[in-house]
Design a protein around this ligand. Structure first.
Ligand SMILES: *Cc1c(COP(=O)(O)O)cnc(C)c1O
Length: 444
């Protein structure tokens, strides 16, 4: 097959007639609970481009939600996964093991923060990894309570719905939720009442007070936090917040879990976002970017914590599937070879430069934030009141889609436009995407 041309091309309206036909079939056959941001049906994707059935080539600022950081058809991923497919598709690691699983565990031990002895268990999805981190932390500590934060997102299974903050669309009508989950305030700099400068220490004090008075530190198994929040609005907790929680966890025998499912694997310009403040988590959950698009997730952490669960207590039929493991080794090879951390930092430089300039021109841009290739703008009706502006956010996303740019929204108030380009995107496409965003603002 010929290489996918790395240019935007609009052959029809977006979505075009063939996509609309497929959408009609989809509506009849697929549950409406599973929705799509942009109903164009894909034929090929790679680099910074997604091609659809109508021959449109869209610029990808979504990476399938931070998954295809190495691209959607990266050479090393395709090569290694294809070879594995030909050899065997599955044996179940719990029945007869294979080397790929072990090699992924070794790679995770090498790449994750901290030089202590580490072990890993592999799963299929991010939610499954988070659930297992909770199982492991509870087995290790003999405690039950789990602390999570405002705006946090950890998945859609029953336990992870309980851990997730936002009701619509993730939790609404799906209760009752798992018990022993407690929510603490988050250091959200843009919306902290006394200002961004006070946010880190004040929020840490409030969170620690909440834990101490309402739960009791001695009852807490785990504190789980995203070092840069994803679905909740690409919020970077104010400096000092994560170190204070890390220290509190250590002082009270609480397992500190970094959920790096969205922020990990070069996305923020470091292998893991918690490195930014030198945080060494006890456990780290990974998924999304780990395997170039194949379903794989992991819990990695201190060997003595990981080994607290008894033999047979962890696992799953497909966890650490050999094809997904081969893909992960290909993705990691690509990240190292192309130095995708450096690429993510360059993407930040280009995007923040352009978006900050737009903020000067367009009053509704309240905040420009994020790290690496995990960048967002928060839209407000008025900069003084900071009232969220989900209407403009939806309208802008729609305008970008019509021009052939895939963008996603997020945030507790639905007022954040987020940008997650593949780290291998060409700089011309990156700038063209930003041109489309700027034109959309000018029109609104
Ligand atoms: C996406 C995500 C999850 C859930 O991962 P799934 O693979 O969708 O189950 C958990 N935590 C964070 C931070 C995520 O971004």
């Amino acid at each position: 097959m010929s290489a996918l041309e790395q240019t935007r091309h609009l052959a029809t309206a977006v979505p075009g007639p063939k996509s609309q036909e497929l959408q009609a079939r989809r509506s009849a056959a697929v549950a409406q609970g599973v929705s799509s941001t942009l109903p164009v049906f894909v034929t090929r994707a790679g680099g910074g481009i997604v091609e659809d059935v109508d021959g449109n080539r869209l610029i990808d600022f979504g990476s399938g939600i931070a998954v295809t950081s190495v691209g959607a058809s990266a050479e090393a991923v395709v090569r290694r996964a294809s070879a594995q497919l030909a050899d065997f598709t599955h044996t179940c690691f719990m029945v007869t093991p294979y080397e790929g699983y072990v090699a992924v565990a070794e790679a995770l031990a090498e790449l994750t923060p901290g030089d202590h002895a580490k072990k890993t268990a592999l799963f299929n999805s991010g939610a499954e990894a988070v659930e297992n981190a909770v199982k492991i932390a509870r087995a290790y500590t003999g405690r039950q309570a789990v602390v999570v934060f405002d705006h946090g997102y950890h998945g859609r299974t029953n336990l992870t719905m309980a851990l997730t903050a936002k009701n619509m669309p993730y939790k609404h009508s799906f209760g009752p939720f798992a018990p022993e989950v407690y929510r603490a305030p988050l250091a959200y700099p843009y919306r902290w009442p006394t200002g961004a400068d006070n946010c880190g220490p004040e929020a840490a004090e409030a969170a620690i007070d909440r834990i101490s008075t309402q739960i009791g530190a001695e009852n807490v198994a785990a504190i789980i936090i995203e070092p840069v929040l994803g679905e909740g609005g690409f919020i970077e907790p104010a400096k000092g917040f994560l170190p204070a929680l890390r220290e509190f966890a250590s002082a009270h025998g609480i397992v500190f879990v970094a959920d790096e499912i969205q922020s990990g694997f070069c996305r923020t310009g470091q292998w893991f976002a918690c490195e930014d403040e030198g945080i060494v988590p006890d456990l780290i959950t990974t998924a999304k970017g780990i395997a170039g698009g194949l379903p794989l997730a992991a819990v990695t952490g201190r060997a003595e914590i990981m080994d607290a669960a008894h033999p047979g207590g962890l696992g799953g039929t497909y966890g650490g599937n050999p094809v997904a493991c081969a893909a992960a080794l290909g993705a990691i090879e690509t990240m190292k070879e192309l130095d995708l951390n450096a690429r993510a930092k360059r993407i930040e430089e280009v995007m923040k430069g352009r978006l900050t300039a737009m903020q000067e021109k367009f009053d509704i841009i309240g905040d420009v934030r994020g790290r690496g290739a995990m960048i967002a703008i928060e839209l407000v009706t008025d900069r003084a009141t900071k009232e969220p502006n989900p209407k403009a956010t939806a309208a802008l996303a729609k305008a970008c889609h019509a021009e052939g740019l895939i963008v996603l929204t997020c945030g507790t108030y639905g007022n954040v436009l987020r940008f997650l380009p593949p780290l291998v995107i060409g700089e011309d496409l990156l700038n063209e995407g930003l041109d489309i965003i700027e034109e959309a603002f000018a029109r609104i």
